[in-house]
Unconditional design. Structure first.
Length: 297
């Protein structure tokens, strides 16, 4: 695999690298070849890939279940509004009596769904597509979305721990490969998976470049927990930064595991309650006129 030196990095210029492997993988393999530690570095890369993929899987697992429940709730509500309510509306019209306010509100919502279902469907799909494309192409949108993801109490804590774990794991792997710290930080920001941490890494890199310690620069960024900063400081003082960063990643990966488990047990009953309230309210609004008619009879 041909390689060249550029700015402290060993750059891989093999034509397959850009297609099948990310730049971090290619650069570290090339560095391992030059240093004569390819076997050790490949083992580290395998561990790194396993850990990062496992972490991504946990995040997807935490977000997939509530997303699917929300989609099912929207689908069920749409079916009720478009097909079920109009049938009851015909029956209610034949009553010749005033309908309760909740029933009138549900009928009005049903009429809106029936009249504009195509606009709601295509508008929702278009909005989702637009947001995805804007997130992919606009750094400002990425910053906004990632900042909002860090704010909710449970989800925000989960996203922060996952970003810190990936950030620490990537820096540990690159620094252990013999890449100088300032150059290693080039790949750390994008690997964190969060635009806020990517931007913070640029600030950290500029501060480290002028002589600030990594731990101090991390603290100055304001996005790293005290635990991560303190363990990084210990690693710098003891000369074992790579192993200490690996421990930071291990710690926050375990925290992600615990948060995902807690989130699953917390979200499931909450979603069921919300679904019960929505569907129950619609059913009660539908049957109120029937109950009222029974009392009259």
């Amino acid at each position: 695999m041909p390689a060249g030196i550029h700015g402290g990095w060993v750059l891989c210029d093999h034509p397959g690298c850009d297609i099948y492997f990310d730049p971090l993988f290619c650069n570290l393999v090339a560095a391992g070849e030059q240093a004569g530690i390819l076997e050790t570095l490949l083992d580290r890369l395998a561990t790194y890939k396993e850990k990062t993929l496992a972490l991504k899987g946990k995040i997807k697992k935490a977000l997939f279940y509530p997303l699917m429940i929300i989609l099912v709730a929207i689908l069920i509500t749409s079916i009720i509004m478009i097909w079920v309510i109009p049938s009851f509306k015909t029956v209610f019209t034949n009553f010749g009596a005033d309908l309760p306010a909740p029933t009138l509100m549900v009928i009005a919502m049903s009429d809106f769904f029936v009249a504009y279902w195509y606009a709601l469907l295509f508008g929702s799909v278009g909005a989702v597509y637009f947001l995805i494309q804007a997130w992919k192409r606009s750094p400002k949108v990425q910053m906004l979305v990632d900042r909002l993801l860090l704010k909710p109490p449970v989800i925000g804590e989960l996203m922060q721990k996952a970003s810190v774990a990936r950030w620490s794991r990537t820096l540990s792997t690159t620094f252990a490969a013999g890449v100088p710290l300032v150059e290693a930080l080039d790949s750390v920001g994008p690997a964190s998976g969060n635009a806020i941490y990517k931007e913070a890494t640029k600030q950290i890199q500029s501060e480290v470049n002028i002589g600030t310690s990594l731990a101090q620069a991390m603290q100055n960024s304001g996005v790293f927990p005290n635990m991560a900063v303190q363990m990084t400081a210990i690693g710098e003082e003891s000369g074992s930064l790579d192993s200490m960063l690996s421990k930071v990643a291990d710690y926050y990966e375990r925290e992600v595991d615990e948060t995902v488990d807690a989130l699953a047990s917390l979200i499931e009953p909450m979603i069921m309650v919300v679904l019960g309230v929505i569907i129950g309210s619609i059913v009660i609004a539908i049957y109120l006129p029937i109950f009222k008619l029974g009392q009259v009879v």
